[in-house]
Design a binder for this molecule. Structure first.
Ligand SMILES: [Fe+2]
Length: 410
């Protein structure tokens, strides 16, 4: 039973992370309840029955909605357009409503340039020139930037330090990438150009090339292959950084600090308890089966054994406590600006951005609930202990994820 649960959870979490969470929550709940004192058999049995009913019903509904969704999408793809998956419009749509809506950002200045050391990685200037962009978008760069119509997926400086290391692994490769998008009059995005870069090495100079849409067969296939590289970078960013790093890993210190520093009777502990429930267990299982050396992540993702190191590198480069909340994240990426008159206090740069449209509804509801709850117990900010007084923040320090030995725990 244990092997089956672990194996299935690993696969589920990789494919449908939320399904995996519901599944493992159910399994842990069953195991926890079965392990309780038999003296409380009656209440345990009742609680078990209620929680199991809820989990089963949630899982059934979830699986049905996934099946319905897949069925509809599959039906559309099969009957309307068999090549939807590789079209430019679909490639651009996924940056707003696909697997990874965390990467896209407003392009605020040109020309593009790397911040990495030119001595190590080669010339910092991008090969995506202003002339090339203007040729593709049919308007001036100045106008496009002023009207906030240029966007970028920038995986250049993040991936370039790993290109040579990853290329030494068998059966994989890597480039740094920049992908430019243009916001059309109909409020949809279209890809403008993709730049792939291999940094300089002791034996070779830097290599970089820009790909654009093309009408000849070779050019069209090169464009499709360039998009495939970007999709790999984007899905890798989602799993290693948006999902594992931000969702699982960076939450751990807060869970540990809350449990160590707050009494279980403390209202904030009670507020966080359900939110934090099972995260450490899931992370422990992930360390054993998913993110460990030789695990599922290293086997399936193009950075191979450098996957977790890359995640740790991204933590160092990108993660900031005050930028992780949804509104701050949207503002940092230029996908929204503060506007007191707008709903949720933010005006979106692209109105049809489902991640932000839906996310802000959830964010606002949670924020209102937390504000009401905390204000009830702490009506005066002076009641809150600061770090020097031994509050939970005194225990929070930057953490790093290290590559583990063969499937061993940290
Ligand atoms: Fe997850």
């Amino acid at each position: 039973m244990t092997i089956t649960a672990k194996t299935l959870n690993s696969a589920l979490d990789a494919v449908f992370p939320f399904v995996g969470t519901v599944f493992i929550n159910t399994m842990l709940m069953v195991l926890n309840l079965l392990g309780k004192d038999t003296a409380s058999n009656k209440s345990t049995s009742s609680q078990f029955s209620e929680e199991l009913d809820f989990s089963q019903s949630a899982l059934t509904k979830l699986m049905k909605s996934i099946a319905d969704g897949c069925g509809r999408a599959g039906h559309d793809l099969r009957t309307k357009d068999k090549l939807t998956w590789c079209r430019d419009e679909e490639f651009a749509r996924r940056t707003l409503a696909g697997l990874n809506p965390f990467g896209i950002q407003l392009l605020k200045e040109l020309p593009l340039a790397s911040k990495l050391d030119p001595e190590l990685y080669g010339p910092p200037e991008s090969a995506i020139t202003e002339e090339l962009i203007e040729r593709e978008i049919k308007m001036s760069i100045k106008e496009a930037v002023e009207e906030k119509r240029l966007f970028i997926l920038d995986y250049h400086d993040l991936l370039l330090p790993y290109v040579h290391k990853v290329r030494e692994l068998e059966g994989t490769t890597l480039y740094g990438s920049r992908t430019l998008f243009f916001l059309m009059e109909d409020a949809t995005l279209k890809p403008v150009a993709i730049e792939l870069t291999r940094p300089a090495s002791p034996t070779k100079p830097q290599w970089k090339r820009v790909f654009t849409r093309s009408w000849d067969a070779t050019g069209a296939w090169l464009w499709t292959l360039a998009k495939a590289h970007v999709c790999a970078h984007d899905s890798g960013y989602h799993q290693l950084i948006a999902h594992w790093l931000r969702g699982h890993c960076c939450t751990e210190p807060y869970i540990i600090a809350a449990n160590r520093q707050l009494s279980v009777m403390h209202p904030i502990h009670q507020l966080l308890r359900l939110h934090f429930r099972y995260t450490l267990e899931i992370n422990a299982i992930a360390r054993k089966n998913l993110i460990c050396a030789g695990g599922l992540i290293e086997s399936c993702f193009s950075p191979g054994k450098y996957s977790m190191e890359l995640s740790s590198f991204a933590y160092d480069q990108l993660w900031r406590f005050d930028m992780e909340a949804l509104p701050a994240d949207l503002i940092r990426r230029g996908m929204a600006v503060e506007d007191p008159a707008a709903e949720h206090g933010l005006r979106l740069t692209i109105e049809d951005y489902p991640f932000a449209n839906d996310g802000l509804l959830i964010w606002s509801a949670i924020k209102q609930w937390v504000q009401d709850y905390v204000s009830h117990y702490h009506p005066d900010p002076a009641h809150v202990l600061d770090a020097k007084d031994g509050g939970p923040r005194s225990e929070l320090r930057p953490t790093r994820t290290r590559r583990t030995s063969q499937c061993g725990p940290h």
